[in-house]
Design a protein around this ligand. Structure first.
Ligand code: NAD
Length: 275
């Protein structure tokens, strides 16, 4: 009944279930991350743009959990893409987190209109060489963006973190990534509450069949389809609910029926439109 780990293409492991802090108020972040650590989460996903890395850092500093048992991700924001600007942004993130390394550092968006994501990736390669990011990856990359990195740079990203939930499974980029050993991290795994995912009959029926909640069913669907995810909640009861998913398994039919909810239903921005 513990969190499974996946192996990255660089040999490091990553806990498949974590806790995300997008839209967590900086003033509340320490309390919320401390609650998440107490509930049992060891993988925390933050970003410079969330403005709450310092709050995450305080929670980590206050906890007695050994550093090697934690998995911490942060991300380079779009306006810091480049070479020196990326090095500086990374230093600032480490400082705010109070860490001497992160487990995973991501380019947050490709921002293709700015034309700097390949250059930024080369900066991340240097950061990985320095040992201060154990793994490096990308976020919101579509197939052409991944192709550009693979053609022009040395390291294949460890992960691609993309919007992914039953109505929007990004099958093309997901297949492309997995064929190249790139793990998929699903952001907005519960659809960010933006469509009635929990009311879908197949989700509700599976929840009833297993005596679990619809959110737990959707989290199992992610785990059983190989995604890494870090659902977010400010509420401790829901943090615990979202973590209590290792005492049941969906059947192949239940997984397939939830996968059949695909309808290209993106609920957030298109990667080419975020700069
Ligand atoms: P999510 O799908 O995890 O939805 C979060 C919302 O779902 C909560 O605010 C809450 O209202 C609801 N919820 C959570 N648990 C619930 C439960 N058990 N029952 C009912 N409702 C519940 O969306 P998210 O927070 O946007 O995504 C998760 C994480 O992904 C973020 O915190 C962040 O770390 C990451 N993320 C990354 C990007 C990116 O561009 N890379 C973008 C968005 C999010």
């Amino acid at each position: 009944n513990s969190v499974p780990t996946l192996t990255q293409n660089d040999g490091h492991t990553i806990p498949q279930l974590g806790f995300g802090v997008f839209k967590v108020d900086p003033d509340e972040t320490t309390r919320i991350v401390s609650d998440a650590l107490e509930v049992g989460y060891r993988h925390i996903d933050t970003a410079a743009i969330y403005g709450n890395e310092a709050g995450v850092g305080t929670a980590l500093a206050e906890s007695t959990i050994a550093r090697e048992d934690l998995f911490i991700t942060t991300k380079l924001w779009n306006d810091r893409q480049g070479t020196q600007s990326a090095f500086d942004a990374f230093d600032e993130s480490l400082e705010k987190l109070g860490l001497d390394y992160v487990d995973l550092y991501l380019i947050h968006w490709p921002a293709p209109a700015n034309g700097r994501y390949v250059e930024s990736w080369k900066a991340l390669e240097k950061i990985r060489e320095s040992g201060r990011a154990r793994s490096i990856g990308v976020s919101n990359f579509l197939v052409p963006h991944l192709e550009a990195l693979i053609t022009d740079t040395e390291i294949v990203p460890a992960v691609n973190q993309i919007e992914l939930h039953p109505a929007h499974q990004q099958l093309e980029v997901t297949r492309f990534a997995r064929e190249r050993g790139i793990n998929i991290e699903a952001w907005g795994p519960l659809g960010q509450g933006k469509y009635p995912l929990f009311d879908e009959q197949v989700v509700a029926d599976a929840a009833e069949a297993h005596g679990k909640s619809p959110a737990q069913v959707v989290i199992r669907w992610h785990l059983q389809t190989g995604n890494i995810l870090f659902p977010k909640s400010n509420r401790r009861e829901r943090m615990a609910e979202n973590f209590d998913v290792f005492d049941f398994e969906l059947t192949h039919t239940q997984v397939a029926m939830i996968s059949a909810l695909e309808r290209a239903g993106r609920v957030s921005a298109h990667p080419n439109d975020v700069n």
